[in-house]
Design a protein around this ligand. Structure first.
Ligand SMILES: [Zn+2]
Length: 244
């Protein structure tokens, strides 16, 4: 993995995003080479593969019930109070049963988390996903869909029946339309399940190839993983983009 390139990118982006980080009070990241470590802190993964491994190990603990609840104490709160350096950005659904920090058994300051209905994206969400990788070298993005997603099911029925959802809910339907169309082409016994998985892989693919993130992916500094969460078992299954 390209760790040697990270300081350079950070130096460049620290300048380019100086006004952004100053403007977003409370969202500041600190462009320092020293990882946030301390007596109560687990060393931060710095490569896509290491970050991915950290998340999947946490998910294994979530599945087994052997949880560590790492870095959630007052010491950790103080350690990250002045700056943060999350090792992954997770885009997940708003579903109350799919909280990334819990199902990956992570601590305070470990993750940037974006949550929208059905992982629907638009410019604001995409910008939020890009924030960590582009300003502070976050090495991993995970797009996390899930089993029995109500947002996907509602969008599926709306598009199938030609009945728009009320108010702003229709914006979610529109955002999920490409996944709907792909699922319809694929067919299968459970089109809503297929659509939920297609929404993950299409979204991950779009992020992986977008203008600002593709260069980071190309040089090995960033991986974009598509993943799927089982409500029944608690297990995260990788659908695409697993870093080697
Ligand atoms: Zn959902």
């Amino acid at each position: 993995m390209d760790t040697s390139g990270r300081p350079d990118r950070r130096t460049v982006l620290a300048g380019a995003f100086a006004s952004v980080t100053v403007g977003l009070a409370g969202c500041t990241t600190k462009s320092v080479a020293t990882p946030a470590t301390g007596p109560s802190s687990t060393p931060r993964p710095t490569t896509p593969a290491a970050a991915f491994t950290r998340l999947m190990e946490g998910n294994e603990r979530w599945v087994s019930g052997d949880l560590q609840h790492p870095d959630r104490d007052p010491d950790r709160r103080q350690l990250v109070a002045q700056s943060q350096e999350p090792f992954a950005s997770v885009l997940a659904c708003i579903d109350s049963r799919v909280p990334p920090e819990l199902l990956f058994d992570t601590g305070l300051g470990d993750l940037y988390v974006m949550r929208t209905g059905g992982e629907a994206i638009g410019p604001v969400v995409t910008g939020s996903v890009e924030y960590g990788p582009m300003t502070s070298g976050t090495p991993l993005i995970v797009v996390l869909g899930h089993q029995r997603c109500g947002a996907v099911e509602a969008a599926y029925k709306s598009l199938r029946d030609g009945k728009p959802l009320p108010g702003n809910l229709q914006a979610i339907v529109k955002a999920l339309q490409p996944a709907y169309e792909q699922a319809v082409r694929q067919g299968g016994a459970d089109p809503v399940e297929t659509m939920a998985r297609d929404q993950v892989t299409l979204t991950a693919s779009a992020l992986r190839s977008n203008r600002d993130l593709a260069p980071l992916v190309a040089k090995g500094a960033l991986a974009v993983v598509g993943a799927y969460y089982s409500l029944d078992t608690g297990k995260v299954e990788v659908l695409s983009g697993e870093p080697r």
